[in-house]
Design a protein around this ligand. Sequence first.
Ligand code: SF4
Length: 316
Amino acid sequence: MSILHVVSVSGGKDSAATAVLAIEQHGRAACRFVFADTGNEHEQTIEHVAYMARHLGVEIVTLRADFSAEIVRFRDYVREQWPRKGVSKGDCERAIAALVPTGNPYLDLCLWKGRFPSRTRQFCTHYLKTLPLVEYQMGLIGDGACEAVWSWQGIRLNESQSRMSRLQGTGACVRSFEVMGDGLFTYRPILRWTAVDVFDAAALYGLAPNPLYLQGMTRVGCMPCINCGKDEILEISKRFPHHIERIAMWELMVSMASKRQMASFFPDPDREKHLNKRGIHNVVEWSKTQRGGQLMDWVRIHEEPKACESAYGLCE
Ligand code: SF4
């Protein structure tokens, strides 16, 4: 049976090690590399993925989800159905005017859904990464490029507690290989690796880490990710304020398209009790505080971002 090994590259350390491992075990000709560009990536991550392709001597195919058809269909739904649901003519017209595809996958997904994803409704991963990747992989089989695809996922158990529970359950058996059906298999080769292991694997190929790791970021996925912690939000606001401004603009655009006229990237830090605390600028203000948001933490606020500040000790 002919097999292609498809490695999903995120621009982060784990997928870099996984790419190196796939090349090492199967050679470049048997591997394919894909990068799901969510449209909410940091420019340094986009550059790093291009650098990885050059350095490893491979092509990394960029996948970008397209929601223009869904937005157009939803606009028709708003025009026909919202008035029957008691929504005022002015509100319908406002939403219809806002429901215009922008070509940015993340923003268009949120315009279509009328909201941003959240930790409890994390639909971004499904629509922006999983679906485009599965479509690409099934396309390889459908086009006759191979009879089966091993989908390599660069995830590690000790990266998060929820991941450990999901993949390991209560026993010692870890789901490192799964049959998905129709010729598709999932392979997770670095489940038990540590952060040091993955940096070492990439270093064997002389592959430099994403420069964002040297600027206080613990993850280099979306900028920001809905799962960002308090310190990471503060760090982003100090180092990359243009991304905060972009999210503020997206909040306005998605609010215009939503029935409630309100959409915020992060929920209110105070468990959504105070609607006036929503919005990225308010969340950035909260990230400067300590003790439940009551006291301003002046040291954290005024500390200049250091040139090199890696949570993984990369700057040592
Ligand atoms: S990195 Fe975060 S925001 Fe981006 S798709 Fe994944 S969960 Fe969603």
